[in-house]
Design a binder for this molecule. Structure first.
Ligand SMILES: C[S@@+](CC[C@H](N)C(=O)[O-])C[C@H]1O[C@@H](n2cnc3c(N)ncnc32)[C@H](O)[C@@H]1O
Length: 271
């Protein structure tokens, strides 16, 4: 029988760690370190924030917030990339893991010349009906309605398939690939492998929810598997790999084990 949540000692251990690391968290130093990564990658974080806020205010009436809120840096990275000379030439985008299509919609707005292919599981797949709170028919119907609304655009094509089949369904090439489907082995291994081969020569791959600590992740939704696969690729190719902190919010990022990153893998190094 599963232990009730309030009796699970891991819960109290996690809270104690949270408290300890939060008391040592330095928001200014974290912000400076993350800003330096944007600069090193040739990305203008201020211009990106202004552009992203424009898009988000139009879509949801809210500004980007990954310091006190739960927004993820991938939106900021996508905005920053969209403003570069490379980004202005992006015409083909692939998203693995559509969910409700919020990022699909943001990609659509940030890359006005691009066609976007986005892929998620068929309704018959057991993972579809047992994850992300989609268990009940009413919630699932709401989820699908929201997705349909977000994807209703001539520049967006939805592929209803397990990402395992993407190479035969839509082989690319893609300028930009957002990897955000299954976060565990084996899915993450084929998603990153397929993304590598589907990316154009100067393509950029972003990957969500990367744990760099081997103890990270709950092994249900996420794990350190993506970090391992990315490091494997980096060691064997000419790619440039940078890990950006997913949120500057100490609740999520103070504890080094719980901290998540968004990886940016540039297939070809700059310069
Ligand atoms: C974290 S959500 C995606 C969030 C979305 N990309 C966004 O930024 O708003 C992950 C999605 O990946 C889908 N998924 C999981 N395994 C998959 C697979 N093997 N093939 C395709 N989609 C998968 C899940 O059904 C879920 O909708």
């Amino acid at each position: 029988m599963p232990v009730p949540k309030h009796l699970d000692p891991r819960r109290y251990y996690r809270r104690a760690r949270q408290f300890y690391f939060a008391s040592r968290y330095d928001p200014a130093a974290t912000a400076a370190a993350e800003r330096a990564k944007f600069e090193a990658a040739g990305l203008d974080v201020e211009a990106a924030r202004a552009r992203l806020d424009e898009v988000l205010l139009e879509l949801s009436g809210k500004r980007f917030d990954h310091v006190t809120g739960t927004d993820s840096v991938h939106w900021l990275l996508l905005a920053a990339l969209s403003l570069t000379p490379w980004g202005r030439k992006v015409r083909r985008v692939l998203e693995i893991g559509t969910f409700r299509g919020k990022t699909t919609r943001i990609l659509h707005d940030l890359f006005p010349e691009a066609k976007i292919v986005t892929c998620d599981l068929p309704e018959s797949d057991p993972i579809m009906n047992s994850s992300y709170g989609r268990e009940g028919p009413a919630i699932r119907a709401h989820h699908l309605a929201k997705r349909t609304q977000n994807l209703d655009n001539s520049r967006i094509r939805f592929v209803e398939a397990n990402s395992f089949f993407l190479p035969s369904l839509t082989p690319g090439p893609y300028d930009l690939i957002w990897v955000d489907g299954g976060h565990l082995y084996p899915e993450i291994a084929w998603d990153l492998c397929n993304a590598w081969h589907a990316a154009a020569e100067d393509g950029v791959i972003l990957c969500d929810d990367v744990y760099l600590d081997p103890q990270g992740g709950d092994r249900i939704y996420d794990s350190p598997d993506s970090g391992e696969v990315l490091r494997y690729i980096e060691a064997r190719t000419d790619a440039e790999l940078t890990f950006f902190l997913k949120r500057e919010n100490p609740h999520w990022s103070a504890d080094p084990v719980r901290r998540k990153y968004v990886a940016v893998l540039r297939k070809r190094r700059e310069g």
